[in-house]
Design a protein around this ligand. Structure first.
Ligand code: IMP
Length: 372
């Protein structure tokens, strides 16, 4: 099993890389998170945004697994499957759901929306759902699908009547889920073929290793793949680490190299840095090599990929934050390896990280990849 993870605050344009790599894999599996992630893929001229379904779904030969480490909103999943099937008929037949994954209930959604301002969460019920899981009072897929659990909205009496609407949607979602491939937790271990585990969010949002408390509620780093997919740790072979040529962050929390000036605005505009899940503008800044080095080591990255290099094209100067200070480089005109200014930028990063960059991504299209 190989793992692909984000080395920063999420939004490293990982799904384009997953989609490209998925050609070589039989199974693509999500091991943590839920609909807080937004994975945008361009397929035959159509923009498809995935939240729960692994990005492998675009490749017709793949099976796609939602592992036990995930938290799933059934109505959201239903809507996503119906949307994806407009472009990829029969997609649901290639989706497999672990019966040990946890369910995001309307209570979780409502609570998360009420708490929106503290962490700046996506409002998708992630924190409350994981809290209940760890507190041993959560609901798993199996509880609804096999044990026919029913959640009674009676506790919500006295609240807004829209809350009842959410329960009706939830009921529809769980009925729909019963028609899908719900499989035992160890399903992946029983499969033949190559596996790519797809991380969501990024290392700096990891519950243990990120900028706590401004983090998400799951293990986003590569080590989470084993437990979140019910696989032994030795099964992890390659770790693809993805970072952007700069830094972005949505939600609250420290961001040392943030640019609150017109350069930051330019990067935001050119890089289309708006959240795929919430539409919120992403805060932009220079690449922080001190944090990146730690992420590379923590995840045991074997293959390093840098995305969105083209976004920094045609800037007079580009900066990097390293060893507590800023380093200034002349900008590049073209994002290809004939431009010596780009090479200089890449060399500095490789030296600091003590790690070669294996690929750079220079456009949103699948073809826009340069192998170094
Ligand atoms: P939650 O995961 O919705 O609880 O949000 C916790 C923090 O993680 C907030 O700062 C979110 O903006 C951030 N976050 C969650 N999912 C993503 C993602 O997929 N990309 C980037 N940031 C995310």
């Amino acid at each position: 099993m190989d793992v692909l993870i984000g080395l920063q605050f999420g939004d490293e344009a990982k799904s384009k890389i997953t989609d490209m790599l998925a050609e070589k894999y039989d199974i693509v599996a999500r091991y943590q998170g839920g609909a807080n992630s937004g994975h945008t893929i361009y397929h035959e001229g159509n923009k498809i945004v995935l939240h729960l379904i692994p990005s492998g779904i675009i490749q017709p030969h793949t099976k796609n697994f939602l592992g036990n480490g995930m938290v799933i909103d059934p109505y959201g999943l239903m809507q996503e499957i119906l949307e994806v099937e407009k472009y990829i008929p029969g997609a649901r037949d290639r989706i497999y759901i672990s019966e040990n994954a946890h369910i995001v209930t309307p209570y979780h959604l409502l609570e998360d929306i009420e708490n929106l301002n503290s962490i700046g969460s996506t409002g998708k019920g992630i924190g409350p759902c994981y809290r209940d899981k760890v507190y041993r009072q959560g609901y798993r897929v199996v509880d609804f699908i096999k044990n026919n659990l029913v959640i009674d909205p009676i506790d919500l009496l006295g609240k807004d009547e829209n809350d009842f609407f959410e329960f009706e949607q939830f009921r529809q979602g769980t009925e729909f889920m019963k028609t899908l491939n719900v499989v035992p937790s160890n399903w992946l271990r029983e499969q033949e073929g190559t596996i790519l585990a797809e991380g969501a969010q990024g290392t700096m949002l990891d519950i243990d290793h990120g900028s706590y408390p401004y983090v998400t509620s799951s293990t986003t780093i590569s080590s989470g793949a084993a437990t979140g997919l019910s696989m032994p740790p030795q099964s992890v072979k390659r770790v693809y680490g993805v970072c952007k040529a700069y830094l972005t962050r949505v939600g609250n929390g420290e961001m040392l190299s943030e640019l609150t000036n017109e350069i930051g605005e330019k990067i935001q505009k050119v890089g289309r840095e708006f959240g795929a899940t919430t539409g919120r503008p992403r805060r932009c800044g220079w690449l922080n090599l001190d944090e990146l080095k730690d992420s590379v080591e923590l995840n045991g990255v074997t293959d390093l990929i840098m995305t969105k290099v083209d976004v920094l094209e045609n800037m007079d100067t580009v900066e990097l934050y390293s060893d507590g200070e800023y380093h200034t480089f002349p900008g590049w005109e073209k994002s290809d390896l004939s431009d010596t200014n780009l090479i200089r930028f890449i060399n500095f990063i490789e030296k600091k990280l003590e790690k070669k960059i294996d690929m750079i991504s220079v456009s949103p299209e699948r073809e826009g990849i340069i192998i170094i």
